[in-house]
Design a protein around this ligand. Structure first.
Ligand code: 5GP
Ligand code: ZN
Length: 111
């Protein structure tokens, strides 16, 4: 499949990995919008939040379970952080493989 994040998961395209298990890969965003900007992707091609269903929601649950741990290991959990999912064209999604932006290391002021 011609999917950038599937290629990153498969190691075809290198990434700066911060966490990996059988459900997800977390790596540094190539164009960070905060001092810490991690992209977390399920190891299952889900095109967007619109494609989450009863069968694949376990990947989403696993990611959310790990988010505090990843933030803690990177040292910004205590100060707080922001998690963003962009869905579809109006949501600003540019890579059609579900992902969560985990951002920290600064104080976010706008929504
Ligand atoms: P979206 O705009 O779809 O919500 O987020 C896609 C994110 O993937 C963007 O923040 C973009 O900087 C990041 N990105 C795009 N291509 C690559 C890449 O090849 N490597 C990494 N590490 N991040 C990428
Ligand atoms: Zn994919």
């Amino acid at each position: 499949m011609d999917c950038l994040f599937c290629k990153i998961i498969d190691g075809e395209i290198p990434s700066n990995k911060v966490y990996e298990d059988d459900m997800m890969l977390a790596f540094r965003d190539i164009n960070p919008q905060a001092p810490e900007h991690i992209v977390i992707v399920p190891k299952c091609h889900i095109a967007s939040a619109n494609e989450i269903n009863a069968e694949n929601v376990k990947y989403v649950a696993a990611i959310w379970e790990k988010i505090p741990q990843i933030a803690s290991e990177l040292g910004f959990a205590e100060n707080g952080y922001r998690v963003v999912n962009n869905c579809g064209e109006d949501g600003g999604q540019t890579v059609p493989h579900l992902h969560f932006h985990l951002m920290g290391g600064k104080k976010f002021t706008d929504l």
